[in-house]
Design a protein around this ligand. Structure first.
Ligand SMILES: C[S@@+](CC[C@H](N)C(=O)[O-])C[C@H]1O[C@@H](n2cnc3c(N)ncnc32)[C@H](O)[C@@H]1O
Length: 249
């Protein structure tokens, strides 16, 4: 999903269409048409193995199958469908693209069943939308696969240009914190940010409590990873041992 580092801030990327709602509306329009004609559910970002690592992390660490789980920027809803088939019953998927939500509802058995999953349109940068979906209860788990990456590519200027919307980038961690219970956990997979960068970007709201291992590659003597998955919790209420995991650093 990377679109090239911007010149002003070496730790940011140039804005791209991947950060624009119109782009995603068009993508999911196409995927809906494809689903109707072929039954294909559409793109699984970062591939099935990465999705299953997130599902496995939830299964290994969240023993309460009634835990309230949100997948933010859920796309076609495949992550929640896997969790439902692993026995989780209190699942919500949201996306700011109504076309994504229509696709997710259809992929997940049609509006009447949805495997018990609630799908709703929600802009995760809108405080009122955050409060409406989270309710007073809020979530035990918030999942993100590729959504923060997309938000970090949102153009500052609707007319285009390489500058990213820094306000949007800084709102996102606050949206996560506002959606989570005090004992909740946030599991994020990113292909654009390293462990250190994610820890830094969420540090005002959240503390890293663990990581999921992905296969690494070696290039020119340096070892790298194509994706990073980290778990975060709220600072006062989570301890590393609560998840039986080691620090990410
Ligand atoms: C790279 S796709 C990932 C989709 C899905 N999570 C997956 O793994 O297949 C990014 C998703 O984030 C959604 N998105 C981007 N900005 C958003 C926002 N402000 N609020 C809610 N969803 C957003 C897009 O519509 C898109 O579905």
């Amino acid at each position: 999903m990377a679109s090239g580092h911007g010149s002003e801030d070496p730790a940011s990327f140039a804005a791209s269409q991947l950060g624009c709602k119109e782009h995603w509306d068009k993508v999911y329009d196409g995927e809906m048409a494809n689903f109707k004609s072929s039954g294909e559910i559409g793109e699984i970002w970062f591939g099935e193995d990465v999705a299953m690592k997130m599902v496995d992390w939830v299964c290994d660490n969240i023993s309460d199958t009634n835990a309230r789980i949100l997948d933010v920027g859920c796309g076609n809803g495949h992550l929640l469908m896997e969790l439902a088939s692993n026995g989780y019953t209190n699942l919500t998927g949201t996306d700011y693209s109504p076309q994504a939500i229509e696709l997710a509802r259809n992929v997940n058995g049609g509006a009447d069943s949805n495997h018990g999953i609630q799908f709703e349109v929600q802009d995760f940068l809108d405080a009122q939308d955050i409060a409406r979906v989270a309710g007073s209860d809020r979530f035990d788990v918030v999942l993100d696969k590729g959504t923060y990456d997309a938000i970090c590519l949102k153009p500052q200027d609707a007319a285009g240009g390489p500058a990213v919307d820094q306000a949007a980038i800084s709102i996102y961690p606050r949206s996560v914190a506002a959606s989570l219970k005090d004992t909740g956990v946030f599991l994020i997979t990113s292909c654009n940010w390293t462990e250190d960068e994610l820890v830094e970007r969420f540090r005002d709201q959240l503390v890293c409590v663990g990581k999921v291992k992905h296969p690494s590659f070696r290039f020119g003597g340096a070892v790298g990873q194509t994706v990073t998955t980290l778990a975060f919790g709220k600072p006062r209420d989570l301890t590393l041992s609560a998840f039986g995991m080691s620090p990410a650093t």
